[in-house]
Design a protein around this ligand. Structure first.
Ligand code: RFL
Ligand code: PHB
Length: 394
């Protein structure tokens, strides 16, 4: 098999990249290790920044999103039983975000790809990426397993969109790599529940017992999260325990109530910050979670993945049109500027709202002071609103 761009992974990064390249007249092949049903059902992100929404629309993948997505003009911060709304358009000159699940973005992109794009192979696991460095004498290639046999995909470029646990990153020699990393001593227990969301916007709650988040998937399905100790087994939490804990952490001084409903899914995610530098080695480019991870508190992961692939597609198109590799050469640096802003924002949101197991009373008070500062200073609140609605693509 031979193609211009070999894409490893059919998460949001790989699928959107295939779409952008198709629209630019550049052929690609996508290899995905899991089956289609798995990729379409994997519960993850829920929030699309304005820039992501614009990119999906321009790529011709925004139709159902515009019909079914929920535009949100703000979030609520909850602490000390008080409620504070952050009004995005008022603080950012009109920006907002869209609640439209990652599962739906992936379903839309898969349908488009199968209908009019290049090959997208499911159950095709990349085993190794070869010949990508400047020293390589043969062209880049991806060895992969498919239907019980091993095959080879020859390409001009390889883009590793294979997530945090993928293989692409391993093709970059360790001596050329720097990794920046932080693990957090807690995780999120996430549930899906068949009950209308108890609030029409997302609620980020700071509580002495730990963080809680109210989000949604549709007007009839709620998505909720609880901070739990790292290593927690989701099955150790009964449904009643989950609802009781959510009620405690979301409690307010007014008459706000959390509606309960049947829980249809529960799982625990660990939290980490991670950046792999550089994001490029010769003809191999890393995009999305393959290159960087943020804790989910800032809702940035999927949006960063979108920024990376937009940057790559633009750079390759430029190279095709002008013959200049200038933008491809700047890929890593361009992406990393935005990545580090999102790392900073996600880390700030995480430490603003979570209870560290070893937090001292002094740190508790500082946390409350930071929240009060946001609630009382337009400058501080604007900083949060700008970060949440998104940093510009490079
Ligand atoms: P993905 O989605 O992990 O996709 C990688 C794909 O590569 C495949 N793969 C391979 N394929 C072939 N060969 C191999 N050797 C392969 N190895 C792996 C995998 O099967 C998979 O299909 O990475 P991508 O595309 O970079 O997308 C990143 C996003 O998925 C991620 O950043 C977000 O989900 C993070 N995230 C959130 N992001 C947001 O922007 N807003 C949010 O509100 C938000 N909430 C979240 C989140 C992530 C969460 N979890 C579970 C980590 C909430 C949670 C709970
Ligand atoms: C979600 O809806 O899954 C979600 C929303 C906001 C976040 C993280 C996850 O910050």
């Amino acid at each position: 098999m031979r193609t211009t761009v070999g894409i490893i992974g059919a998460g949001p990064a790989g699928l959107l990249l295939a779409r952008l390249l198709h629209n630019a007249g550049i052929d690609s092949v996508v290899l995905e290790s899991r089956d289609r049903a798995y990729v379409e059902q994997r519960q993850r992100a829920g929030i699309l920044e304005q820039g992501t929404v614009d990119v999906l629309r321009a790529a011709g993948a925004g139709r159902r999103m515009d019909r079914e997505g929920l535009r949100h003009d703000g979030i609520e911060l909850r602490y000390a039983r008080q409620r504070h709304r952050v009004d995005f358009p008022a603080l950012t000159g009109g920006r907002s975000v869209m609640v439209y699940a990652q599962t739906e973005v992936c379903k839309d992109l898969i349908a488009l790809q199968l209908k009019e794009g290049g090959p997208l192979l499911f159950e095709a696991e990349a085993l190794a990426v070869e010949n990508v460095g400047e020293e390589a004498t043969a062209g880049p290639r991806v060895r992969f397993g498919h239907r019980g046999a091993e095959d080879v995909l020859e390409c001009d470029y390889v883009v590793g969109c294979d997530g945090f646990w993928g293989v692409a990153r391993k093709a970059i020699p360790a001596e050329l790599t720097r990794v920046f990393e932080r693990a957090y001593p807690f995780g999120w227990l996430g549930i899906l529940a068949d009950v209308p969301p108890s609030h029409d916007e997302l609620v980020y709650a700071r509580h002495e017992r730990g963080f809680a988040l109210l989000s949604m998937r549709s007007p009839s399905v709620s998505r909720l999260y609880l901070q739990v100790p790292e290593g927690t087994d989701a099955e150790a939490w009964s449904d009643d325990d989950i609802w009781a804990e959510l009620e405690r952490r979301f409690e307010t001084a007014d008459d706000w109530r959390l509606e309960r409903g049947p829980i249809t899914q529960k799982s625990v995610t660990s939290m980490r910050s991670y950046v792999h530098e550089p994001m490029r080695h010769g003809r191999l480019f890393l995009a999305g979670d393959a290159a960087h991870i943020v804790p989910p508190t800032g809702a940035k992961g999927l949006n960063l993945a979108v920024g990376d692939v937009v940057t790559f597609a633009r750079a390759l198109t430029y190279e095709r049109e002008t013959g200049s590799p200038e933008l491809l050469d700047a890929y890593s640096e361009t992406c990393l500027r935005r990545v580090w802003q999102a790392e900073r924002f996600s880390h700030d949101m995480t430490t603003l709202l979570h209870r560290a197991p070893d937090a001292t009373p002094f740190e508790d008070r500082l946390q409350l002071a930071r929240l009060e500062r946001i609630a009382s200073s337009r400058a501080a609140e604007t900083d949060l609103a700008e970060g949440y609605t998104g940093f510009p693509f490079g």
